[in-house]
Every structure is written in C-alpha cells, then in structure tokens.
Design a protein around this ligand. Structure first.
Ligand SMILES: [Fe+2]
Length: 276
C-alpha cells in the first residue's frame, strides 16, 4: 500500500500514541509500531530496577501475555524484544473504535477497538451523560499474530479489544469511553475521547440505513464515510470487500495478506463507526 500523492485530501487522523504527528502521518502503521517498540525498548534499558518492580514495564498475567507470548518469535527489527512487553498505559492511545449492535439492537451493543501495544486491564465505561460514565466493564483482548515473510512483510502483532454491553434501554443515547490501566476516558484530559451511540427504539418506526461494499482505504473511501455521516443512519450495512488486506484478492494461498491494511481501514472508518 502506498501513500496518496501530494495534493490529495488528507488521510484519516493519526492516533496520538507518542509519535510527533507530522512524523506519524508519513509512517505506515507497521513503521509506527516499530518506532514505538524501538523507543520503548531503549527506554527500558535506562529505567531502574525499581521502576520495573513498580510495574512500569514488568510482565504480568492477563489476556495476551503468559507462556504463549513468551514463546513468540520477535520481529526481525525488534532487537530481541516482543510486542507483548508492556509500556506505560498513559502513552498508548486506543484507536479504531467501531460499534455493532448485538442480537437485540434495542438492548445490546458491542464495542471494539485497537491498541498499538499491549495494555493492562482494558475496559469500557458507559453512561447516559458524557460526564457520568459507569464503572469499568472489562474488555476481552484478541491478540492476532501475523508471521513475517522474508523480504515481503514484517511480523506483526495486533491487539483488538471487544466489550459487550447488555441490558441497555431502547431508543436511548449512551456515551462511552474506552480505556486501560493508565488511560481513563473519564479523566479530564481524556474526555475528548468519549463517543456516543443510540439503541434501536422499543417499537418499530421509520429509519434510515446506509449500505455499500468495496470500500478500501482511499480518499474516495473517506469521502463515502462523510456521506454516511450526512445521512445520520440508524446503522450502516458494510457488504465487503472491506479493506483489501489481500491485495491480489484471488483467494489463493499465493495471495499475500497485509495485516496493516486493517489498521488503516479501522482508523479511516472510526469517524463513522465510533457512533454508527
Ligand atoms: Fe471488491
């Protein structure tokens, strides 16, 4: 995947994960990942044993860690570290939030998002007012590892988080924030990350929905997202193809899967999918 040529509309916003924004815009997700990993691995060598004992970078039990993580091969550029080494949660910003109704759209919502590095205790807070969010509702971590291919692709770990909200009120707008240890969406400095969604009404009534497929990650795709927002749909039906992570698209074993295409897509679509 190549960067759009100069003069095209700007791409999706780059999440603030500790890389200077001007630099981050020129980097692919994989490059950002390696930048952060190198940065924090270097920092690790400088922190005292006391800081490690305090939990800053110490391994701990929990989703995505443990023996499975310990046996994973490090990326060729990692300098021996693995992406499951934890960093201070304050410098890891969630991105790619996307919503989906549960089986009952009146009372159930599923919230998913991503973090670029391993975090502890990810969660959602939800409430009827943006300034009145609930206690933490634990999220499930799904850690996806894509092995590297010589000369083609670096190994990549992706950390997806999922939370299920049940027992919601029909026809009600809720506010929510996603976080983890060190990053609390209810705190003053993180409050701009709070999003919202509306559950389906208790009784059937007229509604608008939007639908299309073959979106990908391009300036045109971003423009289509803006069209969706303008319609204020109750939901969007995405028919696929979604992000074209398999560039050739032949569905054959010889196809080369690019996991970073999903990162780009989920960043692009967040403007819509965080509320619709
Ligand atoms: Fe297609």
């Amino acid at each position: 995947m190549t960067a759009p040529p100069m003069g095209t509309p700007p791409g999706p916003p780059v999440p603030d994960v500790g890389i200077p924004p001007r630099l981050a815009r020129r980097m692919s997700m994989a490059e950002q990942y390696e930048y952060l990993r190198t940065k924090f691995t270097r920092r690790r060598a400088l922190v005292s044993a006391g800081a490690v004992a305090g939990g800053l970078l110490a391994g701990c039990s929990g989703p995505g860690s443990g023996s499975d993580a310990a046996t994973r091969s490090p990326s060729p550029l990692s300098g021996g570290s693995t992406p499951t080494e934890r960093v201070d949660g304050a410098v890891v910003t969630p991105f790619g939030r996307h919503l989906a109704f549960g089986a009952d759209p009146r009372t159930q919502m599923r919230i998913s998002w991503q973090v670029p590095l391993t975090v502890r205790k990810p969660y959602v807070r939800v409430g009827l007012k943006p300034w009145e969010l609930s206690r933490k509702i634990e999220a499930e971590v799904r850690d996806l590892h894509t092995p590297g291919l010589d000369g083609v692709r670096l190994a990549l770990d992706q950390f997806y988080l999922h939370a299920a909200l049940d027992g919601l009120r029909p026809g009600t707008t809720y506010y929510y924030g996603v976080g983890h240890e060190g990053f609390d969406p209810a705190s003053k400095e993180r409050h701009s990350t709070v999003g919202s969604f509306t559950t389906a009404p208790a009784r059937a009534e007229k509604f608008v929905f939007t639908a299309f497929g073959d979106q990908g990650v391009t300036p045109d795709a971003l423009a289509n997202d803006k069209l969706i927002l303008g319609r204020e749909p109750a939901f969007h039906l995405h028919a696929g193809d979604i992000c074209y992570a398999d560039v050739t698209g032949h569905g054959k074993e010889s196809d080369i899967y690019d996991p970073t295409a999903w990162d780009l897509f989920l960043k692009q679509t967040e403007t819509v999918a965080k509320t619709i």
